[in-house]
Design a protein around this ligand. Structure first.
Ligand code: SF4
Length: 87
């Protein structure tokens, strides 16, 4: 579940559990939507989600298709054309 009203971010489990990718995402996001737990796994900072500036840096930092930014207000997903995985 998410508290965010406007933005949701979906990260593939393969990325979330990869310390190096998690660190990269934590570093690139200008509004600190990503963080790392003590074991290095990726965490999404729910309260920062709506600060997303749609810069796509996270999308470009991870393998294609593993990070998606969803505009809840319009139903659009970045990168454009990506399907939102069910569940
Ligand atoms: S699009 Fe930019 S601001 Fe939004 S989550 Fe990704 S890196 Fe952060």
């Amino acid at each position: 579940m998410t508290d965010a009203l406007f933005i949701d971010v979906e990260v593939d489990a393969s990325v979330a559990q990869d310390r190096e990718l998690a660190a990269k995402l934590t570093e690139v996001c200008p509004v600190d939507i990503f963080a790392q737990s003590d074991d290095g796994a990726l965490e999404i900072v729910q309260e920062n989600l709506d600060e997303c500036v749609l810069c796509e840096l996270c999308i470009n930092a991870a393998p294609p298709g593993t990070v998606k930014v969803i505009k809840l207000y319009s139903g659009e997903t970045l990168p454009a054309g990506a399907a939102v995985a069910g569940g």
